[in-house]
Write a protein that binds this ligand. Structure first.
Ligand code: NAD
Length: 212
């Protein structure tokens, strides 16, 4: 596998390739040309070829792509061939919604959900019992948890993230509206901002309106 730095734009598109290829697999499609894939995905065929060339291509002239092979290779690039163990910190609206969603098909296993509010501690959500945050260190260390979703108020997010880094967590799925700046270089953060996505939608609706 190539050691060169892959642009974040390419990384952003990979889950979409993975999803489309998964759909093709479920529909028993064995192979697909970049043109056909491009039509389905509404991305140019040259973009697809360029993106996949970052990882060595995978296509064969006159044959196209072997769907299963490409799906497997993209899964490896995305690290989905290994199980990711996740905890959720903050069992409010968002934390509960995440816990209720089945991420296991994508290789993400939710190991625990934590909070400080006695009203939610002990409650069962998505097959997990909400635990007090005091139990978090033990659960992380005993289960080799490698990711944490932060669905706590922003005032609490940074302190919790710092503790989690000490317990060995190196990946944060951060929903709190704060930029986490964590000292360890190897820590990676994926910020999710639903409101920003809505604002982009609003921009596009507005653009349409102005055309009419
Ligand atoms: P919520 O109030 O329903 O839930 C927050 C939970 O965190 C509560 O159960 C609370 O008891 C718990 N909590 C507070 N301090 C804690 C601590 N120190 N340790 C452990 N748990 C603690 O809020 P929500 O609607 O679920 O939102 C959660 C977070 O996500 C907020 O920061 C909110 O601003 C943010 N949010 C982000 C998006 C997004 O798109 N990024 C969308 C909605 C909400």
């Amino acid at each position: 596998m190539s050691e060169k730095e892959i642009s974040s734009a390419v990384i952003k598109r990979l889950p979409r390739y993975y999803r489309y290829l998964g759909e093709l697999l479920r529909n028993n499609v064995d192979r697909i040309s970049s043109q056909e894939l491009s039509k389905k995905m509404n991305v140019t065929a040259s973009q697809i070829r360029q993106d996949l060339n970052n990882f060595g291509g995978f296509g064969q002239q006159g044959y196209g792509y072997n769907v299963e092979y490409l799906h497997t290779e993209i899964a490896k690039i995305l690290g989905l061939d290994q199980e990711n163990k996740l905890i959720i910190v903050g069992a409010g609206n968002l934390g509960q919604a995440l816990a209720n969603y089945d991420f296991s098909k994508k290789g993400f296993r939710i190991i625990g959900i934590f909070d400080i509010n006695e009203e939610v501690i002990g409650k069962e959500i998505g097959g997990l019992v909400v635990q007090h945050i005091d139990k978090m260190k033990e659960v992380v260390e005993e289960n080799g948890v490698n990711m944490a979703a932060l669905t706590v108020p922003k005032t609490a997010a940074k302190g919790i993230a710092k503790s989690l880094v000490e317990y060995g967590i190196r990946a944060f799925w951060n929903f709190a509206s704060i930029d986490l700046q964590l000292s360890k270089e190897e820590v990676v953060v994926e910020n999710v901002h639903l409101a920003e996505s809505l604002m982009r939608l609003s921009y596009n609706v507005n653009k349409q309106r102005n055309k009419e």
